[in-house]
Design a protein around this ligand. Structure first.
Ligand SMILES: C[S@@+](CC[C@H](N)C(=O)[O-])C[C@H]1O[C@@H](n2cnc3c(N)ncnc32)[C@H](O)[C@@H]1O
Length: 283
């Protein structure tokens, strides 16, 4: 029943927010020499050609990375550098016309240091094959063709005692909303100091309100939320906004996002744009 393919959506406005936050957190973890682990519970294929048939279907990258690349904003330099650095290993001259876009595992691959490690989970057989090929020669990175929610719990606590966990389900299966919250609660009990970054789409606002409430009532401290929308909410007529909920965020994240999000929203969506930057739970 796996029909979601990230290739149709790579580089859209939701990916821009998600990956900007990912880059910011990885940079923060890299400030100390001590190793950290990166865990991606829903990894996707890893790298995407924006000239592919899938990306060309709705050209969603034109709602995100294409706009930003054409007119960069202060605060997006590190993210744009990672995007520009995404080249095919097999032939560096073979970049497709519309360019390549790095998925979250590829961003990690480009940013991790020799001492860091990564575990990537992907269920879709085709996307898993591409992901596995991308990391085949990379000793730091391990790809698993299995469920990311249970896979995460099996890995915690990590030996490094420092980690970024990205949880980015497609929400194709509606139970993903509840499974995410339940998994995060269990994960936090096993490993309370990890940074958890949870992506969500706003297709039905009530589902997100419920998810926020469940996290607020979970007893987990230090939770922030960042959201960017290209229009007001609709009732089930497609994704208008998306967000990242971050547990144990770097102390710099809120300030940076407060500066960046209003400008980024304006850049991507003009006056139709909407954004949120909120502390859901304090210390
Ligand atoms: C939104 S995409 C991931 C995008 C990726 N994180 C990125 O930012 O580049 C979600 C992926 O999760 C995969 N998936 C769905 N359910 C899964 C599960 N239970 N465990 C692992 N992967 C799953 C889908 O096949 C899909 O490729």
């Amino acid at each position: 029943m796996l029909s979601y393919r990230h290739a149709f959506h790579a580089g859209n406005f939701a990916d821009v927010l998600k990956h900007l936050v990912q880059v910011e957190i990885l940079n923060y973890l890299k400030q100390k020499d001590k190793p950290f682990a990166y865990i991606d519970t829903h990894a996707g294929a890893g790298i995407y050609s924006l000239s592919s048939e899938e990306a060309g279907k709705n050209e969603e990258f034109r709602t995100g990375i294409s706009i930003l690349k054409g007119k960069p904003l202060a605060g997006t330099e590190d993210y744009l550098e990672v995007v520009a650095g995404c080249k095919p290993e097999w032939d560096k001259s073979a970049v497709p016309a519309a360019g390549l876009y790095p998925g979250s595992p590829r961003i990690a691959q480009q940013m991790l240091r020799a001492q860091d490690s990564a575990h990537l989970f992907e269920l879709h057989p085709q996307d898993f094959r591409r992901l596995d090929a991308m990391v085949a020669r990379d000793r730091r990175m391990h790809a698993h063709n299995s469920d990311g929610f249970s896979g995460l719990l099996g890995l915690l606590p990590v030996a490094e005692r420092r980690a970024l966990v990205l949880i980015d389900p497609p929400y194709e299966v509606k139970s993903d909303y509840d499974t995410l919250v339940e998994t995060v609660k269990k994960a936090h009990r096993k490993f309370a100091t990890g940074v958890y970054a949870l992506w969500y789409p706003v297709v039905d606002r009530q589902r997100i309100d419920k998810m926020e409430k469940a996290l607020i009532n979970s007893g987990i401290p230090r939770i922030q939320l960042f959201e960017l929308g290209v229009g007001e909410d609709t009732e089930g007529r497609g994704m208008t906004s998306s967000g990242m909920i971050v547990i144990n965020p770097p102390f710099t994240l809120m300030g940076n996002m407060q500066k960046l999000l209003p400008q980024l929203t304006q850049r991507l969506a003009g006056d139709n744009g909407v954004w949120r930057c909120e502390e859901l739970v304090g210390e």
